[in-house]
Design a protein. Structure first.
Length: 360
């Protein structure tokens, strides 16, 4: 499927006003998206667990204007308060998607959004936020074009979300989503995420992700800046190849349920992501001393107990602790007793793999 397939024919129906509400989850990449080409095309394929508790709920009110505006007409509220600094990002998003949703200038929109996780937690809300907004916009398009199938609805929602933020393309459905072309996954695509199509061993059911909030501050490096650092990066080509190979390995691991091998891949991915930042120009260290303390504690605990606890990282200092449901009682206690002390105000968020976005 090509981008052109998402340009609609003339709409059969009209609607003058209304509102839609969607809640959409965050996701955690196991193979990381780091580096992109023009038009939000990823430099390598990625795969993520969709989360369950960490989500954004967005209400989109829309009212048809007497005549189309030259610019986009919208207001944004976060947790009930005007959020002017979200406007430029949404305006860029609208510009990128207007070709695919030609009704955007015909309406005035009020976007009300709230997150289930605290605003300053260092958890990026762009994946959940951009996917929730894309789904609300798709609900409008579905009224204008009622013949649209559910499958097309989800594909286009992911396609639009990608244009807002790459990782948002992986937040529409669950539980495992692949975004980016990979040779072993025939339907995989650079322009939208798809559900992982192969067998997944029950070891991965309700897989846990406890997010340790090491640093709740604003991101030091925006992801857009970060992705750009991969242009001309000395190790870029090797890294992109490694992501393909790691995804290949995960296909076997998801089938067999080999958790030791799983941990090896995801921890290597996390450390490689940070190694890319440390070896780019300019270079960055986004881990904090407590990030390393936690990693060492996890390794020591794993060695001592033989339990299957591993970690991954985003482009920040927080640590995502990943482990199977069957071992969660002991590992939850370990997190509370030994890892929480490294978090800001002992703060962590318990989450697990989820099924994707929901219309409310
Ligand atoms: C490290 O999706 O936030 O979390 O497309 O520029 O909005 P933009 O980037 P974004 O990048 C996410 C990077 C990552 C890895 C990942 O989620 O795959």
């Amino acid at each position: 499927m090509k981008a052109q397939n998402f340009i609609p024919n003339t709409y059969k129906k009209t609607i003058s006003n209304g509102s839609f509400i969607w809640s959409s989850p965050s996701n955690i990449a196991l193979v990381k998206y780091w580096g992109k080409k023009e038009n939000q095309i990823p430099a390598n394929p990625s795969i993520s667990f969709t989360l369950d508790n960490c989500k954004t709920t967005t209400t989109l009110h829309f009212e048809k204007l007497d005549r189309a505006t030259a610019n986009y007409s919208f207001e944004v509220f976060l947790e009930g308060k005007v959020k002017a600094d979200f406007k430029p990002k949404i305006e860029t998003f609208f510009k990128r998607i207007e070709k695919y949703l030609p009704f955007l200038k015909d309406y005035h929109f009020i976007i009300e959004t709230s997150n289930s996780f605290p605003h300053s937690s260092g958890i990026a809300s762009s994946a959940s936020g951009m996917s929730a907004l894309s789904l609300c916009l798709m609900s409008i398009e579905k009224i204008l074009n009622p013949d649209m199938s559910d499958q097309f609805f989800n594909k286009k929602a992911s396609f639009l979300a990608r244009l807002g933020s790459g990782s948002a393309s992986r937040s529409i459905e669950g539980e495992l989503i692949v975004w980016g072309k990979h040779k072993a996954i025939i339907d995989s695509s650079d322009i939208f995420g798809i559900k992982y199509p192969f067998d997944v061993h029950p070891n991965f059911s309700n897989y846990r992700d406890t997010i340790l909030l090491v640093d709740k501050g604003e991101k030091q490096v925006s992801s857009t800046v970060g992705h750009n650092l991969m242009h001309g990066h000395a190790f870029a080509e090797q890294r992109f190849k490694q992501a393909h190979d790691n995804l290949d390995m995960l296909i076997g691991i998801f089938k067999s349920g080999d958790l030791k091998a799983f941990i090896k891949v995801i921890e290597s991915e996390a450390l490689t992501l940070h190694a890319m930042m440390m070896s780019s120009l300019p270079y960055f260290i986004l881990m904090k001393p407590n990030t390393l303390q936690i990693i060492n504690e996890i390794w020591t605990f794993r060695q001592a107990t033989g339990l299957h606890v591993g970690f991954t990282l985003d482009a920040g200092a927080n640590v995502h602790v990943l482990y199977p449901e069957s071992e969660s009682e002991i590992i939850d206690a370990f997190i509370k007793d030994s890892l929480a002390q490294y978090c800001q105000n002992n703060h962590f968020i318990s989450d697990q793999v989820g099924l994707g976005a929901k219309q409310l």
